[in-house]
Design a binder for this molecule. Structure first.
Ligand code: ADP
Ligand code: MG
Length: 301
């Protein structure tokens, strides 16, 4: 097993042929305690970790299986536990949470930490546990510190819809959100991270008084580069735009002018020529047409 990718701020506390545990040195004691009790924590409420805001483990929506648990000690309030699952419907149906080797979770740890080191708005990882199921197949759990008081961008757009009868507030709110999202994606990219799944559910928004901040989460299969190319950046921006269209939630809320605003904010101190804008708009429209075709075909089968 290649543990070279384990970031220096993580300590490998168990490493035998069937089990590997690594914990964030900044939270070593509590992270180890969570790891040692993970199964019982997941299984039952009322444990020493679940006495806080939510008495029972809460599950959140996502591709994988998640648990949200209260910890309330050692600088950690709540944690999100994510069990890795296979991508793709057939693969997931056949293999569920069995991973081939351990590269995928270790890479997510490494990319997330590289991003954090360079001030990207990504979550903090508490620990990672890898368990051999049989032969080359492993199961993996990754544990994050919860970014408190956040909602995903999908839910934020849904709630914006309710403000359309108050035009002034609606526009002000929308502007702030677009600015925060552009800033988050930009910082992620400046830190050298290309997101593999840049979509509404992987952007979390935190509103505090008048301030809006966005975070980019879920760096599973994302990649780290010293510098992202223009094309990689555009790929992420186009993908984000497509996810708004895919769920159709942008109707009546998100306009072409909002896409322009996002791009302007994103490229604010870089050269953003008419040609670049043209390239991005074309890619957005072309990509969308292709996907619309695919969505209608997949609805028929
Ligand atoms: N660090 C975190 N802080 C707060 N909420 C989180 C955090 N990580 C995940 N979540 C919540 O869990 C959901 C799914 O998590 P994610 O890591 O995107 O897994 P999936 O692979 O299922 O998409 C997110 O949309 C978000 O609501
Ligand atoms: Mg996700």
């Amino acid at each position: 097993m290649d543990l070279k990718l384990v970031p220096p701020n993580f300590l490998v506390t168990t490493a035998d042929k069937n089990k590997v545990v690594m914990v964030n040195k900044a939270y070593q004691a509590v992270a180890q305690e969570v790891m040692d009790n993970l199964e019982s924590l997941k299984a039952r409420s009322g444990s020493q970790f679940s006495q806080g805001r939510s008495p029972a483990p809460v599950t959140v929506q996502g591709r994988a299986k998640h648990w949200v648990l209260d910890v309330n000690k050692g600088g950690v309030d709540r944690i999100i536990v994510r069990r890795y699952v296979r991508g793709g419907l057939i693969n997931r149906w056949l293999l569920g949470d069995l991973l081939w080797g351990v590269n995928r979770p270790i890479k997510e740890l490494s990319v997330t930490e590289s991003g954090r080191e360079r001030q990207a708005p990504v979550p903090e990882i508490l620990s990672l546990r890898l368990h051999r199921a049989w032969g080359p197949f492993w199961r993996a759990d990754i544990i994050f510190k919860e970014i408190p008081e956040t909602v995903d961008l999908y839910a934020v757009i849904m709630s914006l819809k309710k403000l359309t009868d108050q035009p002034r507030r609606f526009h002000e709110e929308k502007k702030k959100i677009i600015k925060a999202v552009a800033e988050a994606v930009r910082s992620l990219h400046q830190a050298g991270v290309w997101h593999q799944d840049m979509q509404l559910r992987n952007i979390l928004i935190r509103k505090q008084a008048d301030q809006v901040r966005a975070y980019t989460i879920d760096l599973d299969r994302s990649k780290f580069f010293e510098k992202l190319s223009f094309s990689q950046k555009v790929n992420n921006l186009v993908r984000l735009y497509r996810s708004i269209e895919k769920w159709g939630i942008g109707r009546g809320v998100i306009r072409i002018s909002d896409r322009c605003r996002l791009l302007k904010e994103y490229f604010r101190d870089q050269e953003f020529t008419r040609q670049k804008r043209w390239v991005i708009s074309n890619r957005c429209e072309f990509n969308l047409k292709l996907h619309k075709l695919w969505w209608s075909v997949s609805r028929m089968i």
